[in-house]
Design a protein around this ligand. Structure first.
Ligand code: HAM
Length: 426
């Protein structure tokens, strides 16, 4: 027997309906916020993530599914969506479009070679949005608002929004010097990756999974103490918008995020529900002014976030929220006798053409067993067709909620069933 690869999963009926439900919610919300869908390839040139996500990040150093194709190109299964969206924005010159900012959303699988555990998969599905072309702190608040809005509209309550500012280039540079000074005396106690990071990108030391308990981590200088006036003012404005929107948050000066492209606003939404696993981050995002230029485009600010559906559904489970899924079937046709069984094929086809959701037996089941099947499928109406009914050119329709039964001419079955289903009189 061959099973799914480690860190991946099959989604079976019963589960897929939940995925469809949250997907529709997310799409509807993006529509409300005026974000439009973008679909980019699942694999990209490896260089895109090396340059975009950053070659000292864990994602690029340890987690990418990279392969050489038959044309000797190095390709990578996308570990996240932002780099691809920005690549596409540059490639198709979306910056030249008269409507700015360009507000995009995406839904799709991402791949990271991580150690699997609950809420951490090697293939997971992200919902994400990216707003490109505005450096207005109001759009930071909009993106955060959209993320919170999605969770809240699904009924989640145990949410914690954590924000921080990573500042502009000048602030980051000052912070970088402070980090080097801070970590230098201890660096021989850190992992080999961190030793390289000290020179190349000391901020990445702060999210090293191996060295997270080293005492020097606790006392590391915070970026918030190095923000210049401009960066402080920007952060203050984002917070002020959140206050006005009634969105609660806490500032966590240790939040740095694991990808290199961030500056100014960084945020994560966590679940603090009891019973939610060890990993509590539901989504993360932030501003990435400079990424568009890094990927060959004109100077364009950007901000976005992404969440994984796996963790969203875990949070719903932890808060015992059942999604309002309609799993009942409109109708089930029960037929007895050779001619009726044949006629049933035509009847279900006609009903389905009229958009009515029906099913029938395909296993030669007896009358009683057909009724049982209808029951199991939670059919709202059972449409009975026996030899008697066939002779009269009618079907006998039983409303399974009220027990009411009535005859309907086969000729007008589609229109009359529609009325019945909508609650009208036949
Ligand atoms: P990220 O923090 O790496 O950011 O991932 C965003 C979200 O994806 C996480 O909060 C988590 O819900 C989910 N996620 C990440 N890795 C896994 C995994 N192995 N298994 C399950 N879920 C996972 C980004 O990816 C950025 N592109 C977000 C962004 C968009 N920033 C700006 N725009």
């Amino acid at each position: 027997m061959i099973n799914v690869p480690r860190g991946t999963q099959d989604l079976l009926p019963g589960e897929t309906e939940k995925w469809q439900y949250v997907e529709e919610k997310f799409k509807a919300l993006c529509h409300t916020y005026n974000y439009h869908e973008i679909r980019t390839p699942i694999f990209e040139h490896t260089e895109l993530f090396q340059r975009g996500v950053g070659d000292t990040t864990d994602i690029v150093q340890k987690e990418m599914y990279t392969f050489t194709d038959r044309g000797e190109r190095s390709l990578t299964l996308r570990p996240e969506g932002t780099a691809s969206v920005v690549r596409s924005f540059v490639q198709h010159k979306l910056f030249g479009h008269p409507t700015q900012p360009t507000k995009l959303f995406y839904i799709g699988p991402m791949f990271r070679y991580e150690r699997p555990q609950q809420g951490r998969m090697r293939q997971f599905v992200q919902f994400g949005v990216e707003a490109l072309g505005s450096a207005d702190p109001a759009i930071d608040a909009e993106v955060i608002g959209l993320a919170m809005n999605l969770y809240q509209s699904l009924g989640l309550k145990s949410l914690k929004l954590v924000i921080n500012s990573l500042g502009d280039a000048e602030s980051r540079n000052n912070h970088r010097h402070a980090l080097v000074e801070h970590f230098k005396p201890h660096i021989h106690e850190f992992c080999s990756d961190c030793q390289i990071r000290l020179e190349k990108n000391p901020l990445r030391i702060l999210d090293c999974k191996k060295d997270k308990d080293h005492p020097a981590m606790q006392t590391a200088p915070s970026i918030l103490d190095y923000l210049n006036d401009e960066s402080q003012a920007y952060f203050a404005q984002v917070k002020s918008y959140l206050d006005h929107m009634g969105i609660d948050y806490v500032v966590d000066k240790k939040l740095v995020r694991g990808l290199d492209y961030y500056n100014h606003t960084a945020f994560e939404i966590m679940s603090d529900a009891d019973g939610f696993g060890a990993i509590t981050t539901l989504s993360g995002g932030g501003r990435y002014n400079g990424l568009v230029e890094d990927l060959g485009g004109p100077e364009t600010p950007g901000i976005g976030f992404a969440l994984s559906v796996e963790r969203l559904l875990m949070a719903l489970d932890a808060e015992k929220i059942a999604l309002p899924l309609d799993q009942a079937l409109d109708g089930y046709v029960v037929a007895m006798g050779d001619n009726a069984v044949k006629k049933a094929v035509e009847i279900v086809y006609n009903l389905r053409q009229a958009g009515i959701q029906v099913d029938k037996d395909y296993q030669g089941k007896k009358f009683k067993a057909q009724f049982k099947a209808a029951d199991r499928l939670k059919a709202k109406f059972v449409i009975v067709l026996g030899e008697d009914e066939l002779a009269k050119q009618v079907v006998s329709v039983k409303d399974m909620t009220t027990g009411d039964q009535q005859e309907i001419p086969i000729d007008s079955i589609a229109t009359e069933m529609k009325q019945l289903i909508q609650g009208g009189k036949a």
